[in-house]
Design a protein around this ligand. Structure first.
Ligand code: PNS
Length: 179
């Protein structure tokens, strides 16, 4: 409590391999609901990553800096991007967070998230708040974006510009040899 104003901290966790416009939308909307948002770039041991943890943090930072509103929130200390290892519930407790924020694109996301939300609440009483994803971005996920990039498709309208540049290097499309 500061001069009667409650500070609420939310954690947006994920692999962010790499961050997409879908993630950016969720971070933006979380920042409208909470006084501070921590984007926690984490390790999901079920995944093989395209980008290292440091690279995923760097790209998330660059993606937020690419958006005027989020750049200002970042500069004001309202949004932070951090690398997180270990248990999410423990991280939230250490940071004094009151909520975990997850975006849901549809029922498949909910099926994945339900057990995690219950486990996190079991571990530390932390609540998970689900935000419905923007329906215009319902098809946008890191894996599909990488697949499109590998096949030479356009990803500029799926990920922020710094991420599109990193993907062009890491997941180059097929070589277009002159005929
Ligand atoms: O973007 P992802 O891969 O779906 O994110 C999943 C992530 C990283 C948030 C989840 O695997 C996680 O919270 N990992 C940290 C370890 C942990 O707390 N595991 C128990 C969660 S129920």
């Amino acid at each position: 409590m500061r001069y009667g104003k409650t500070v609420t901290i939310a954690v947006c966790p994920g692999s962010f391999d790499p961050i997409t416009f879908g993630h950016v939308d969720v971070v933006r909307r979380a920042s409208h609901l909470f006084s501070e948002v921590i984007v926690a770039v984490a390790i999901n041991h079920r995944k093989n990553y395209t980008f290292t943890l440091d690279e995923r943090v760097e790209l998330a930072d660059a993606a937020l800096a690419d958006d005027a509103e989020l750049r200002a929130a970042h500069a004001a200390g309202k949004i932070r991007v951090v690398a997180m290892d270990g248990l999410l519930a423990e991280f939230c407790r250490r940071e004094g967070a009151t909520a975990i924020i997850k975006g849901l694109r549809g029922s498949a996301d909910f099926d994945d998230e339900l057990a995690m939300a219950l486990m996190n609440r079991h571990l530390s009483d932390i609540e998970t708040v689900f935000l419905l994803g923007d329906p215009n971005l319902g098809h946008v996920g890191s894996s599909l974006v990488k697949d499109v990039a590998r096949h030479g498709g356009t990803i500029d309208d799926l990920v922020p510009a710094p991420v599109a540049r990193a993907l062009a290097e890491r997941c180059p499309g097929p070589r277009k040899d002159p005929l």
